[in-house]
Design a protein around this ligand. Structure first.
Ligand code: FES
Ligand code: FES
Length: 128
C-alpha cells in the first residue's frame, strides 16, 4: 500500500509531541480510544485568556496514521478559537493525509480527541 508523502512526513516527524499539566486551568485534555483497534490518543490544548488556542500537544499510542492524524490536528488548531477548532472534521484530516479506507477510523480518533479537549476546557470554565 502506498502512503502519501504528507502522511509519512507527519509520522516520521510528528509535531507537538508531549503533554501539558492536566490540572492547569488554561489546558483542556481529550483522551480517546478506538474500539476498533485499541489505540489511544491524548490531545491537549492550551488556551489564551482571549480564548485562542495558543499551543497544542499530543501523545498517541497507535498506528502511523493515528500519529500523523494527531500531529496534523495539533498544527491545525493553533491560533484558532475553540469554536473554529471544533469544526475540524475527520474527513478533512483523512483527505489531507490521503488515508486509505481502512485507516479512516484513525482520523476519527483525532476529531474525537480535539472535541474532547475542547469539552474538557469548557467544563473547567463552566461553559457547556
Ligand atoms: Fe495496530 Fe492500531 S491496530 S496500531
Ligand atoms: Fe487504530 Fe490507526 S488508530 S489503526
Amino acid at each position: 500500500m502506498a502512503y502519501s508523502e504528507k502522511l509519512v512526513d507527519h509520522y516520521e516527524n510528528p509535531r507537538n509531541v508531549g503533554s501539558f499539566d492536566k490540572g492547569d486551568d488554561s489546558v483542556g485534555t481529550g483522551l480517546v480510544g478506538a474500539p476498533a483497534c485499541g489505540d489511544v490518543m491524548k490531545l491537549q490544548i492550551k488556551v489564551s485568556p482571549e480564548g485562542l488556542i495558543e499551543d497544542a500537544k499530543f501523545k498517541t499510542f497507535g498506528c502511523g496514521s493515528a500519529i500523523a492524524s494527531s500531529s496534523l490536528v495539533t498544527e491545525w488548531v493553533k491560533g484558532k478559537s475553540l469554536d473554529e477548532a471544533a469544526t475540524i472534521k475527520n474527513t478533512d484530516i483523512a483527505q489531507h493525509l490521503a488515508l486509505p479506507p481502512v485507516k479512516i477510523h484513525c482520523s476519527v480518533l483525532a476529531e474525537d480527541a480535539i472535541k474532547a479537549a475542547i469539552a474538557d476546557y469548557k467544563a473547567k470554565h463552566g461553559q457547556s
